[in-house]
Design a protein around this ligand. Structure first.
Ligand code: HEM
Length: 483
């Protein structure tokens, strides 16, 4: 069963019977380590093969081919693997887990939520939450405490997504025990049991169901209760905030019964069930939390370590405030060095280390004799591209200037893709960038960020599929006296 790639003339490292290469997820420090090792081995070939148990996966290491697959020939690769698609599960009804026409319908309903116009309207709310984040950081600094930036920023991102998307205010930043952020944290933290469970769920769904395991964990049940209450209250009070929840509720047909299967593949009316709306809300609370919080924690650390770049960025933001009297949406979104610092952080520490698509129609891979068949996976090693010295000089050094407008033309297309690429990229990229930029700008206006002895390096959580700082990301800050 592990001769699929060899028969097509595609190289592949030796496999273990039955398991293929899946053991690498268990026995590597980081699940993406094996991808990086093989990327280095095969990067010149443009592609290589893997086996997730018996499922063949083509790993693309050529940026040109990747562009072809993710953009030009997207219709052959609209899907991803489905995780936890048990009947009635919340996990299975999330946009990120949907495929085919169902995905297309939902994506087109949800996309307008993240238009530039909507972002501009959310700017004030993001600023309010960022102010609370800064106040909380300054309070800790006054008490001479080290700041755990992952924890602080996680509370900030949870409050921001909850208030922008549904008008819920968890007040995680001011709460002693931030239950919302902790539940979302639990969702992403990986114990050996959770890793094993995840592998069985994704690679042996029938076995997973036969064992009576539930795709939805207790953390999801917590969010389900919160969101259900919010939806009920929104419907009873008939109030409109123009937010994500309203958009979903308005797009829904009132006659729909509550069976998820009714999200018909043929429906022209974009039918949404209560269950589907609920699943998207929970997905946003969970995925909206971790990636942006880690990015902010990484950025704070990198700037604390690179004092010159930190000051240059502060100068840019102070200049903006001087010109416009305050931070404005346009000012923040157009600030060049701010954009460059966030991009450089995402290049070095992209929270998503790999991306994937599933082939939906037979596809002849350009420039080869290989034809991919429906069900074959295509993987792209995001982090390996980001750290490849072929595309980046000194890839392990923080050099934000490579992303300044004058230098951007030197970047090879499809070697920088922290939000994925093509029609199935991160739906909330604009929102995440705005959130990260506002928080970082406000923090730098109020404080100097410093590295703490003993915490000079970024240590990543092992066993996690996302890049996350291990045990938070500790820095110290000194308040800047306001003139
Ligand atoms: C720095 C922050 C973030 C990063 C680096 C990030 C990265 C990604 C990546 C790499 C993907 C897969 C794209 C692909 O396959 O091409 C993705 C998908 C997705 N992200 Fe994000 N993300 C971030 C923040 C967010 C936030 C804040 C939300 C929600 C509020 C969000 C919601 C989603 C959703 C729903 C998908 C699935 C889209 C689909 O399948 O159509 N992300 N993200």
């Amino acid at each position: 069963r592990h001769s699929y790639w060899a028969n097509k003339g595609i190289p592949s490292t030796p496999t273990i019977p039955v398991i293929g290469h899946a053991h690498q997820l268990f026995f590597s420090k980081y699940p993406w380590e094996a991808f990086d090792r093989d990327y280095k081995l095969y990067s010149r070939m443009g592609l290589y093969g893997r086996y997730e148990m018996f499922s063949p996966a083509l790993v693309v290491t050529d940026p040109g081919l990747l562009k072809q697959i993710l953009v030009k020939d997207f219709d052959n690769f609209t899907d991803r693997r489905q995780f936890g698609s048990q009947p009635g599960s919340i996990m299975g009804a999330m946009l990120s887990n949907m495929n085919g026409e169902k995905w297309k319908t939902l994506r087109s309903i949800m996309s307008p939520t993240f238009s530039p116009g909507k972002m501009k309207r959310m700017f004030g709310l993001v600023c309010t939450n960022a102010d609370s984040l800064v106040t909380s950081c300054l309070n800790d600094a006054q008490n001479n405490l080290l700041l755990d930036m992952k924890d602080k920023c996680g509370r900030f991102t949870m409050d921001t997504i909850a208030s922008c998307a549904f008008g819920i205010e968890p007040k995680s930043i001011t709460h002693e025990k931030p239950v919302f952020a902790q539940k979302a944290d639990n969702f992403f933290s990986m114990s050996p049991y959770k890793l094993a469970r995840f592998i069985v769920m994704s690679m042996f769904p029938k076995l997973f169901n036969a064992l009576g395991l539930k795709a939805d964990t207790a953390d999801i049940d917590f969010f389900r209760d919160v969101v259900e209450k919010t939806i009920r209250s929104r419907q009873q009070n008939n109030r409109q905030r123009g937010d994500f929840l309203d958009l979903m509720l308005n797009a829904r047909e009132t006659t729909t019964n509550d069976d998820d299967e009714n999200l018909s593949t043929k429906s022209a009316n974009h039918v949404l069930t209560n269950h589907t709306v609920l699943a998207q809300c929970i997905m946003f609370l969970i995925v909206g939390y971790d990636t942006t919080a880690s990015t902010l924690a990484f950025a704070s650390h990198l700037l604390a370590k690179n004092v010159k770049e930190q000051q240059q960025l502060r100068d840019e933001i102070q200049e903006l405030v001087k010109e416009e009297g305050e931070l404005t949406y346009q000012g923040v979104m157009e600030a060049k060095l701010l954009d460059a610092c966030i991009n450089e952080t995402l290049r070095m520490y992209s929270p998503a280390a790999t991306g994937e698509r599933k082939c939906t129609r037979p596809y002849k891979v350009p420039g080869t004799e290989v034809t991919l068949m429906p069900g074959d996976l295509v993987l792209f090693p995001i982090l390996s591209f980001h750290r490849d010295p072929k595309y980046w000089t000194d890839p392990d050094t923080f050099k934000p200037k490579r992303f300044l407008p004058d230098n951007k033309a030197n970047i090879t297309p499809f070697t920088f893709m922290p939000f994925g690429m093509g029609p199935r990229n991160c739906i909330a990229m604009r929102f995440a960038l705005m959130e990260a930029k506002v928080a970082l700008a406000k923090l730098l206006l109020s404080a100097e960020l410093q590295v703490v002895p003993g915490y000079e390096d970024i240590i990543l959580e092992s066993n996690s599929f996302l890049l996350r700082p291990k045990d938070g990301q500790k820095i110290r800050i000194t308040p800047i006296k306001q003139e």
